[in-house]
Design a protein around this ligand. Structure first.
Ligand SMILES: Nc1ncnc2c1ncn2[C@@H]1O[C@H](COP(=O)(O)OP(=O)(O)O)[C@@H](O)[C@H]1O
Ligand SMILES: [Mg+2]
Length: 208
């Protein structure tokens, strides 16, 4: 068995909450599972992620963002995700390549074909079996974030976040078999239940 599941969506949609809930559920069932996240997930990736999110008083061009997210991703795929899948684990990632297609492509306006080509190089072509999109209006998601300090992306204008939301919905509509679009304004428990329905079916179909 090997299953690669990613969580996507804008800030505050509940990706981290749901990724952890799924991880705990599978762990309790003694399913071998690994939880990781982007940017980060490796010591090198964490350093890059810190620059990308918190760099101050300096410009990071969209193209540089594309390359840095993919540098972190290339390391994560090679060092963590591929070996875990090879050893038969379920791998859950809180964000993955679709985040770059959406934030640097739809959000920053980089050429989509180029973004996808760079993503493909960094991931060695590894695509998720299932991608959960936690979708809700930007205002709903932002209201949840509270007063935490906002990183470079969270500080972007509402227009940027709306482009991100539209980008995700477009990707999901282009590949409906891979994406599970969930209304993220529902309760945490309800969302977890919807995700579990799909994941348990995938596990059963793999004989797990
Ligand atoms: N379905 C939900 N309903 C209400 N609040 C939620 C829900 N899901 C997550 N939250 C809360 O919203 C905040 C952001 O959730 P988080 O999982 O960190 O979002 P993300 O990782 O997508 O940015 C947290 O305080 C979390 O407890
Ligand atoms: Mg999160």
């Amino acid at each position: 068995m090997s299953l690669f599941i990613t969580f996507e969506g804008g800030e505050g949609g509940g990706k981290s909450v749901q990724a952890k809930a799924l991880y705990r559920k599978l762990s309790k069932m003694d399913v071998p599972v690994l939880l990781t996240h982007e940017p980060g997930g490796t010591p090198f990736g964490r350093r890059i992620g810190r620059w990308l999110k918190w760099a101050q008083d300096t410009d990071i061009s969209p193209l540089t963002e594309l390359m840095l997210f993919n540098a972190s991703r290339a390391q994560l795929v090679a060092e963590v995700i591929k070996p875990a899948l090879k050893s038969g684990r379920v791998v859950i990632s809180d964000r993955y390549a679709d985040s770059t297609t959406v934030y640097q492509g739809y959000g920053r306006g980089l050429d989509l074909a180029m973004v996808k080509a760079v993503n493909k190089a960094a991931t060695q072509g590894l695509t998720p079996d299932l991608t959960v999109l936690l979708d809700a209006p930007v205002e709903v998601c932002f209201a949840r974030k509270g007063t935490e300090k906002r990183d470079r992306f969270e500080q972007e204008a509402v227009a940027f976040h709306n482009k991100v939301r539209e980008g995700y919905l477009k990707l999901a509509s282009e590949e409906p078999q891979r994406w599970l679009v969930v209304d993220a304004s529902q309760s945490k428990a309800k969302i977890a239940e919807i995700i579990w329905q799909r994941v348990s079916r995938l596990l059963a179909s793999q004989g797990g």
